[in-house]
Design a protein around this ligand. Structure first.
Ligand SMILES: [Cu+2]
Length: 271
């Protein structure tokens, strides 16, 4: 029962400031659901660990050998009710955690039938390309392109530390649901946004679909997490969530297939 309460608590308290246990709170709706699952699992582990550790400590202190001729404490082997209890309780804990995991994962993996926006994302050696409706393309090779679009689109806030601003900007409207259609142009890459608690492979020949509903405007660091060759370590990008009106102003101000940085040609010749 204590475990049930511990796991259900974060769902009830959603919205309160919960401790993060070194995780990210989740800057989008889906990532926040993942955070609540992580939080519940962590609290359940603390409760189980506390009870188990407490019982071990108690038995060590309470039944320590006080003298050489002290009698053996009472033994409990073949105590059927006890053995059934310590088999059934962990099974129930695992089933509860499993059920919450399936529920949250299904919810996070579900793709909306009517997203507010769909962006085709292509990973390649070594960079990212974001194709928007009406032919707007943001493309940059991370090896030579410091930051063609991202933070400037928010009105130019300083990037601190500067590494957070490397790579191209995946511009999204905050508060709206954006579907990402993820593909790879060559080898396996990893699409990872730490603050969204989300990672997915970009695999050649495979189309991966998922969605984000970013809670508030901001710049969120992201990077490739699958070793993919020489410049993998520089394969950054960042998600830029803008207020919807600002996003639409940006999208309509972009001419089709612009923002291909000049460095693309230079780095392409180096391969
Ligand atoms: Cu990579």
């Amino acid at each position: 029962m204590a475990v049930l309460v511990a796991v259900a608590l974060p769902l009830v308290l959603a919205g309160c400031q919960l401790p993060t246990f070194y995780g990210f709170r989740g800057s989008d709706r889906q990532g926040h659901d993942e955070f609540l699952l992580y939080f519940g699992t962590f609290v359940a582990a603390l409760v189980v660990g506390g009870i188990t550790g407490g019982l071990i400590l108690w038995s060590v202190v309470r039944y320590r050998r006080r003298s050489h001729d002290a009698p053996m404490p009472r033994q409990f082997q073949y105590h059927i009710p006890l053995e059934v209890a310590y088999t059934v309780i962990p099974v129930v804990i695992v089933l509860v955690l499993f059920a919450f995991t399936v529920l949250v994962e299904n919810q996070v993996d579900a793709v909306p039938s009517d997203p507010n926006l769909t962006v085709d994302v292509y990973a390649f050696q070594w960079g990212w390309q974001f194709n928007y409706p009406d032919g707007v393309v943001v493309r940059a090779e991370t090896t030579t392109d410091p930051d063609p679009v991202g933070p400037a689109g928010l009105g130019g806030p300083a990037c601190s530390p500067v590494v957070w601003c490397l790579g191209p900007g995946l511009i999204l409207p905050a508060g709206k649901t954006t579907q990402i259609d993820l593909r790879s142009r060559d080898v396996v890459h990893g699409f990872f946004v730490p603050e969204f608690n989300f990672s997915r492979y970009a695999q050649p020949g495979v189309l991966n679909k998922f969605d984000f509903t970013v809670s508030k405007p901001g710049v969120y660091r992201a990077q490739c997490t699958q070793y993919c060759g020489l410049y993998h370590s520089l394969m950054f990008f960042h998600v830029v969530a803008m207020p919807p009106s600002k996003f639409h102003a940006w999208l309509s101000s972009e001419t089709k297939t612009t923002t291909v940085d000049a460095a693309t040609t230079a780095s392409a010749s180096r391969q």
